[in-house]
Write a protein that binds this ligand. Structure first.
Ligand code: UD1
Ligand code: CA
Length: 463
């Protein structure tokens, strides 16, 4: 069996009321269509999926240039059957079957599809149906007295009796390609919507006495389509809860599974604890025993074992080794690499810098484009002045250097190991190992200044 996957995605998505094409709206940070493409490629990795697109086609194509896809344009949306008809010239000659999917039904699982493929006899038409308590809006599956599927009737064409049917058409089919090629040009649009209905291939299969094999999905949400933002939001909640459940089963504690969002590819070691209102984004790896405080955002980051991220920190593009403590209120930007046992405290911003083992930057500092050795201590309010208005420059600080509070380090700058920078120093030139650096700014004291000042003011008032 060689399977050609086809994804229908030409619809406008009117009910989204959006300038963004519907299939580019995101679920857990990833475009809806990308879920379906990934699934199609898992089920049939050797043939590029065909995607039927129409509305805002440029934008949609542009979003998936990194995928092997055959794009087929459907200029006018004249129905699902018409959409599939456009793909006929493109169907791989090697293919024996076509698997039809939808760009706005993101959570269809590979297991369900594989089951549909595996259980459908070679010369049969496979269809995925579902039995719903509220079947409104879907096409209904009509069966005969022997329980054989005879047709699908769209809601708009259904009479009162048909509307009571609870078995619906998910729109997902697995069809032998030879028959499909023959059937599609025969479809007509004699129905309420004046559309070419793909569902009418069932009538042709029945007429040719081709067996129709139906299965149901493992979970109802797999076949949920996104038509408006409220459906998108409820699918998001469902998907998030599924993922969190999966991680809980692997030994991660979430203080409140409903108040965590995972958008991207995240892995957790054992015994990680995650407090509330945490967002994970992009590629994230959390080592075992890490503690993630409330209201934090962790994006494209790797945490070693037993790292503690305290409340209200934003970590983006960082690599943090074991036993590091970060936050509260820290901001780590891309290119931050922190070695084991280092401490980064509150209101500290670090960008594109390497921080050595056991180094401490505990309060109110900016460290950019820097390399700090081990056991360095950076005092409160230290700023690396890495940008002169034209170029970025580097600051290099050796092991065991002590930097006093309120120090400005003007890059490019090298401070060699064991140097001691006194408080409130502006360091403009390189510092040799073991040296003490301070600026000569004497403290001037004028005694009785306040009293004299107040008297002056009083005189002014009398005048
Ligand atoms: C379709 C089915 C219905 C099923 C339902 C499941 C038909 C006639 N009806 O109805 O039985 O219960 O899906 O959700 O097939 N599309 C195109 N080009 C078109 C029209 C649609 O690409 O000309 C795409 C849409 O982008 C969408 C999908 O096909 O991804 C389904 O189209 P939609 O209009 O939502 O079909 P329904 O009326 O919901
Ligand atoms: Ca629909």
């Amino acid at each position: 069996m060689t399977i050609q996957t086809v994804i229908l995605a030409a619809g406008q998505g009117k009910r989204m009321h959006s300038n963004v094409p519907k299939v580019l709206h995101t679920l857990a940070g990833k475009p809806l269509l990308e879920y379906v493409i990934d699934t199609a490629l898992t089920v049939s990795p050797d043939l590029s999926p065909i995607i039927v697109h129409g509305h805002q086609s440029e934008l949609v194509r542009h979003a998936f240039t990194h995928y092997p896809i055959q794009w087929v344009e459907q200029k006018e949306q004249q129905g699902t059957g018409h959409a599939l008809l456009q793909t006929l010239p493109q169907l791989a000659s090697a293919a024996t079957h076509v698997l039809i999917l939808y760009g706005d039904v993101p959570l269809i699982s590979t297991t369900t599809l594989q089951r549909l493929i595996d259980t459908t006899p070679t010369a049969a038409l496979g269809i995925l149906t579902a039995t719903l308590n509220t079947p409104e809006g879907y096409g209904r599956i009509k069966r005969d007295a022997q329980n054989r599927i005879m047709s699908i009737v769209e809601e708009k064409d259904a009479d009162e009796k048909d509307r009571l049917i609870k078995e619906i058409n998910t729109g997902i089919y697995y069809v032998p390609i030879q028959q499909l090629k023959r059937w599609l040009p025969l479809l007509n649009n004699q129905n309420q919507q004046k559309e070419y209905y793909l569902t009418d291939i069932i009538l042709q299969a029945v007429a040719e006495e081709m067996p129709i094999h139906a299965i149901q999905p493992d979970m109802r949400e797999e076949i949920s389509g996104v038509n408006d933002r409220s459906q998108l939001a409820s699918l998001e909640r469902f998907y998030q809860s599924q993922r969190i459940m999966h991680f809980m089963q692997q030994g991660v504690t979430f203080y409140d599974p409903a108040r965590v969002d995972i958008r991207g590819e995240v892995s957790f070691g054992r015994d990680v604890t995650v407090d509330i209102n945490v967002i994970f984004e992009g590629q994230v790896k959390i080592g075992k025993g890490c503690v993630i405080g409330p209201n934090t955002i962790i994006r494209n980051t790797i945490l070693g074992e037993h790292v503690e991220i305290k409340a209200n920190s934003v970590i983006d593009g960082a690599e943090i080794a074991a036993h590091v403590i970060v936050g509260p209120f820290a901001r780590l930007r891309p290119g931050t690499i922190i070695a084991a046992h280092a401490h980064v405290g509150n209101f500290v911003e670090i960008k594109n810098s390497v921080i050595g083992e056991k180094t401490k930057i505990n309060h109110l500092s900016y460290v950019g484009d820097s390399e700090l050795g081990r056991s360095v201590n950076i005092g409160a309010g230290t700023i690396t002045c890495n940008y002169d208005g034209f170029n970025k420059h580097k600051t290099i600080i050796g092991d065991h250097v002590q930097v006093g509070s309120d120090t400005t380090l003007i890059a490019p700058l090298v401070i060699e190991e064991n140097a001691y920078i006194a408080t409130a120093t502006t360091v403009r030139k390189n510092v040799p190992a073991g040296a003490l650096v301070f600026n000569t700014r004497d403290q001037q004291v004028r005694e009785g200044w306040r009293e004299a000042y107040d008297k002056k003011q009083e005189k002014k008032c009398v005048k």
